[in-house]
Design a binder for this molecule. Structure first.
Ligand SMILES: [Zn+2]
Length: 335
């Protein structure tokens, strides 16, 4: 059998494969034969009205529903499509078309983190790889190293009675934080984080259920007894609730993001401390991923796609960035 493949970056990544059009993580409404939604972050779900022929994991559909997006999953997924764990957030998947012909990673992380397994790829012929941190500067320490440093910081602040706000995206990062730092007491979780924690718990993830819920619109009497930890979405110090918690309780903010490798990050984000805990792969992990997949052709998408493709060419791979609006130069024929 001969398969013909064309890859285009428009409204996410579009792949024409065997006369079928598959839209990968469309950013707006799309009308491909299938839509592949790699995970439940809002910018990957094609808006609130995604419907029909959707390929995603059951966990992604469940998490999307908690966020008001109804993903009607396709019940007959063609047998030549295979979903694989991508390790980015709960339920995140990459997709392989054909028998290892094309692998679209979606957002992915190689490092296992808390309850999440890392992405563990097989070889493929064409690799479409997310390259958010595809620049040499972005090399992250181990999770245990970060955990140890943060525990030391919390311990030092607690010894002075100072409360700590741990901040990361409400879906994904906040659940990792809830798991990694669960041995501290008391821990409170901001309302939107709690909703996602609860969804993870419903999906069988081991996260503590007894965190009291902080709601910035209400009186939260429990905060008066210091110190405490609050797990919150990312906010800067001018955000009203963070500003209030700093004014009323002297709380210190700690942000978690891969971008914090840049020493300017914490000033730009107006937070007190920052640690490079990421739900994406770092530069070395991206290169390792490529080596393990050992593809004939690589397309780098997102972030530092130019720099990453250049590095891959320098080490002998056939790689190019696929920026918005660009198409693959050649079409592929496999037999
Ligand atoms: Zn994401």
């Amino acid at each position: 059998m001969i398969s013909r493949i064309k890859i285009t970056a428009e409204n996410g990544i579009t792949i024409n494969y065997d006369n079928k059009r598959i839209d990968m993580d469309p950013t707006r409404k799309s009308n491909g034969d299938y839509k592949f939604i790699s995970h439940a972050h809002m910018d990957h779900m094609g808006g609130k009205n995604s419907s029909g022929n959707i390929i995603a994991s059951k966990e992604t559909a469940f998490l999307a529903a908690q966020r008001g997006v109804n993903l009607k999953l396709e019940s007959n997924i063609p047998k030549e499509f295979t979903l694989v764990n991508s390790g980015h957030i709960l339920g995140s998947r990459g997709i392989i078309l054909g028998d290892g012909k094309v692998f679209y990673t979606g957002d992915f992380a190689v490092k296992p983190r808390a309850f999440l397994e890392g992405c563990n790829p097989d070889e493929c012929e064409v690799l479409i790889i997310e390259s958010t941190f595809g620049k040499r500067d972005f090399i992250f320490p181990s999770i245990s190293d970060i955990q140890e440093k943060v525990n030391r910081l919390i311990s030092e602040l607690f010894s002075r009675g100072i409360p700590v706000i741990l901040m990361g995206y409400a879906l994904g990062k906040a659940q990792i934080l809830s798991h990694l730092f669960s041995s501290w007491d008391p821990i409170y979780v901001e309302k939107s984080v709690w909703e996602m924690n609860k969804a993870y718990i419903d999906l069988g993830v081991d996260i503590r259920k007894d965190f009291a819920v902080y709601d910035s619109t209400k009186q939260n009497e429990f905060l008066k007894k210091k110190p405490w930890i609050l797990i919150s979405p990312m906010q800067n110090r001018y955000n009203k609730f963070v500003a209030d918690l700093k004014k009323d309780f002297g709380a210190v903010t700690v942000a978690f993001s891969g971008w914090s490798i840049d020493p300017r990050y914490k000033y730009k984000m107006k937070v007190d401390h920052a640690f490079p805990l990421s739900d994406h792969s770092d530069f070395n992990e991206l290169v390792d991923m490529v080596k393990r997949c050992n593809p004939n052709k690589i397309y780098a998408v997102h972030g530092f796609e130019e720099e990453f493709a250049t590095h891959l060419r320098n080490i002998g791979f056939d790689a190019r960035p696929l920026g918005s609006g660009q198409s693959s130069i050649s079409e592929y024929f496999f037999d």
